[in-house]
Design a protein around this ligand. Structure first.
Ligand SMILES: NC(=O)c1ccc[n+]([C@@H]2O[C@H](COP(=O)([O-])OP(=O)(O)OC[C@H]3O[C@@H](n4cnc5c(N)ncnc54)[C@H](OP(=O)(O)O)[C@@H]3O)[C@@H](O)[C@H]2O)c1
Length: 490
């Protein structure tokens, strides 16, 4: 049995969608697995709605019951939840909250360990953090105080910095856990294992052997019910600035001194510091945006519900990112993400260089070119690794053919794989910040994205420019073709 941690949670946004769909089921799994001490755990949920404790228990019960071993187990879990109607903008409410927290802390003997989770729109993050400190909601008896916050962390560097300064008045950087749920994905965590656990791979993880790297986050759906938020954000802010940048930092970082969060983070930051921040002209040259058009019954983006008819918001981004350091000089990292694409998947393709001299071709021993070796890491929806090699075709002679080595996660491994939120909440309980985005990482990513955003806000786009069901605009293929490269096909 795992070592269980005692803690009092305070959840802001307890009546919201994320809480019901992700947070309660994740905390429940930790509870079931014994990672949370069930005698010493309570959660105060807040929202403006006038819910009773009973109503709150019903909501929590409903969201976990399908995953419970028995109804009693789900009910027992829900009984640790307490509701307070609370308007986060009203300072007086925090006094009642502080009192309630102290009462429950004593009742459950949580020893002053507090986890504050803000699952609300980002404009409330600063207000909540400020009032928590001002009204003594943080414990001061030697227990821990940790703050978990949802994305998005700002909408550009300036707003992110303002938000960070606001949080900084109440919490130190090492108490802030910024969620990027991609960092909780099994295959994203596996990048570090595959790289630093295998000299075979790490030895070739540089510009001597790697031709280019491709990171694709492809979505099949459109904006659905998120149109209101999405139209004000766009794909660059919604996906590239955060998830893509986080994956790039793990792909490009040097080996950390240890696997401790402080060491991993400092290497990620170092890698991001060498990421080339483009000039506006370079941004125009190296980044492509798209917006989907109409296809049969599928409306074009501008005719989706809650999207203005003159919207210039991009639903697609592709770009080339360069890292100016010894390891990665001259290796393009191509990234792309978009909505309404051919399929839903996230994958990373590491494309290796071909042998300088192809002795098989010279001897007429193969019909086409040797293929580039490609290491493909499938992040979603399956966890799979494929190494594309060249090998000998069975039979007489020495004809070459592609040879794939594949590892697919087994059903057993799949069952043992926690959901990203479960894993990340557990990490926060343990005080392990490895898989959370630090301010230095977030700020560097905004500085990179802001140049592109500013250019796009100035230049008028030629939208729509891609068909739903395709893999994006032609300009995204041209971007690679200019370098003599192409997107790796599925
Ligand atoms: N939903 C997702 O899948 C998802 C995914 C990734 C990130 N996120 C992020 O997670 C956060 C929460 O998202 P969500 O989808 O759960 O939003 P939501 O369903 O709109 O919930 C918002 C929550 O905030 C509370 N709230 C709003 N104003 C308040 C106030 N003045 N005082 C107290 N409580 C207030 C609401 O409670 P009352 O209405 O009862 O006041 C509700 O519980 C956002 O930052 C979002 O970007 C969500």
């Amino acid at each position: 049995m795992a070592t269980a941690t005692r803690a009092l949670f305070m959840l802001f946004g307890a009546t919201g969608d994320l809480a019901k769909r992700k947070l309660y089921p994740s905390i429940f799994n930790l509870y079931k697995k014994g990672y949370i001490d069930n005698k010493h755990f309570a959660l105060i949920g807040t929202g403006r709605r006038e819910w009773s404790n009973d109503k709150f228990h019903d909501v929590v019960f409903e969201s976990v019951k399908d995953n419970a071993e028995s109804e009693d187990q789900a009910k027992d879990f829900a009984s640790h939840f307490y509701y307070m109607s609370h308007d986060v903008t009203n300072p007086e409410h925090y006094d009642a909250l502080s009192e309630y927290a102290n009462k429950l802390d004593a009742e459950y003997d949580a020893q002053g360990n507090r986890i504050f989770y803000i699952s609300m729109a980002p404009n409330f993050f600063g207000t909540v953090a400020k009032n928590l400190k001002a009204h003594n909601c943080l414990s001061n008896n030697g227990g821990f105080n940790r703050l978990i916050i949802e994305k998005p962390f700002g909408r550009d560097y300036e707003s992110a910095e303002e938000l960070n300064n606001a949080l900084g008045k109440s919490f130190n950087e090492n108490q802030v856990y910024r969620i990027d749920h991609y960092l909780g994905k099994e295959m994203v965590q596996n990048i570090i294992a595959l790289r630093f656990g295998n000299p075979l791979i790490e030895g070739m993880w540089n510009n001597k052997y790697i031709k280019n790297v491709q990171v694709t986050l492809s979505e099949k759906l459109g904006v659905e019910e998120r149109a209101g938020y999405y139209d004000g954000a766009g794909a660059l802010r919604d996906m590239t600035q955060n998830h893509t940048m986080q994956m790039l930092s793990i792909l490009t970082m040097e080996e950390p001194v240890s696997f401790k969060d402080i060491d991993v983070r400092s290497e990620k930051i170092r890698a991001l510091r060498s990421m080339r921040i483009y000039t506006p002209d370079e941004a125009r040259e190296n980044f492509v945006r798209g917006q989907y058009g109409k296809n049969g019954d599928q409306a074009d983006y501008r005719h989706e519900d809650n999207v203005p008819e003159d919207s210039n918001t991009e639903t697609y981004v592709a770009g080339k990112v360069m890292f100016d350091n010894q390891r990665w000089a001259n290796v393009p990292f191509y990234v792309r993400t978009g909505k309404m694409l051919a399929d839903k998947f996230t994958r990373i393709d590491i494309v290796f260089k071909k042998p300088i001299i192809d002795i098989f071709a010279a001897a007429g021993k193969q019909s086409g070119d040797l293929q580039n070796n490609v290491l493909t890491l499938f992040v979603d929806p399956v966890n799979k690794v494929i190494l594309h090699l060249n090998g000998k075709k069975a039979g007489q002679g020495m004809e070459m053919q592609p040879l794939d080595l594949t590892h697919t996660q087994s059903d057993e491994e799949k069952a043992a794989t926690p959901e990203p939120y479960e894993r990340l909440i557990h990490d926060a309980i343990l005080g392990d910040a490895t898989n959370f985005a630090s301010w230095d990482e977030v700020s560097r990513a905004w500085k990179f994205a802001d140049v592109i955003r500013n250019v796009w806000d100035t230049d008028k786009p030629d939208f729509p420019n891609y068909t739903p069901g395709s893999m994006g605009p032609k300009a995204a293929d041209d971007l690679l073709a200019r370098d003599g490269n192409e997107w790796i096909k599925k």
